[in-house]
Design a protein around this ligand. Sequence first.
Ligand SMILES: NC(=O)c1ccc[n+]([C@@H]2O[C@H](COP(=O)([O-])OP(=O)(O)OC[C@H]3O[C@@H](n4cnc5c(N)ncnc54)[C@H](OP(=O)(O)O)[C@@H]3O)[C@@H](O)[C@H]2O)c1
Length: 271
Amino acid sequence: MNFANKTIVITGASAGIGRTLAISLAQQDANLVLAARNQEALEQTVAVCTKHPGKVIAVPTDVTQPEACQQLIKKAIAAFGQIDVLINNAGIGMLTRFDEVTDLSIFEQVMRVNYLGAVYCTYYALPYLKASRGLLVAISSICGKTAVPTRTGYVASKHAMQGFFDTLRIELRGTGVNVLVVSPGFVATDIRQRALGKDGTPLGKSPRDESQGNMSVEECVRQIIWAMERRKREHIMTLKGKVISWAKLIMPGFVDRLAAATVRTTTFTQK
Ligand SMILES: NC(=O)c1ccc[n+]([C@@H]2O[C@H](COP(=O)([O-])OP(=O)(O)OC[C@H]3O[C@@H](n4cnc5c(N)ncnc54)[C@H](OP(=O)(O)O)[C@@H]3O)[C@@H](O)[C@H]2O)c1
């Protein structure tokens, strides 16, 4: 797939992976529709993208609101008349043990952004993706493949996302629409800094040692675009992620211990 003159809608384009994806796709002359809540940060992404030939619009959007997702797609059509790719990237994390949670709304919030936000945007974009025989992309996580302690709500939301898009892929057979689920490991963004802690407020500081074991955002985006160009069904980014799906079938207890050890050795003690 070549992205020049294609219309690509990206949620969560105000920061991290979404922002770098937008800039990389702008360099390939794509027309972009960029969504997130923070309008100022979104405009900063637009300012970088407009240095390239493709057209770019920003649509401030809270993906937890179905009407806002509908407006996002309407504005994309009003501006460009077509949608070729929808990248469901908006996401938030949570980092706390379940038995330490003091605010249960964390679970609803994470599910509404990571899962329902993707469902709503996909619902409104689908008729246009069918018309263009386009591509649906879900930025999931290794947490959509396997359990990781201190992330119950996040893991559940990414498993939901994986199940939803795997099912939709089958339903869309014969329509020309492809569905790609991308599963990154740790990527060097501020997601863990913004992650919800036990009381439902953002942690403000990553509890993880971010100096080791993170993939750069640029490498993550390079791999996402590589998978998009090939209209792959699935892209798991790390060797550990690739091996885990198989290892779980034959030694699930070992995989649990590995997940526990990974979190233990890379996480500072939370107060
Ligand atoms: N970084 C990692 O280690 C990692 C690993 C695996 C998977 N992922 C996944 O990759 C995706 C991007 O994460 P990231 O690391 O780039 O995180 P990030 O830097 O924190 O960016 C998250 C983006 O999502 C947007 N967002 C959050 N809530 C939203 C809402 N209600 N409506 C619209 N947009 C919303 C944020 O914008 P606003 O705040 O302006 O709304 C921001 O643009 C997520 O789905 C995440 O789960 C990340």
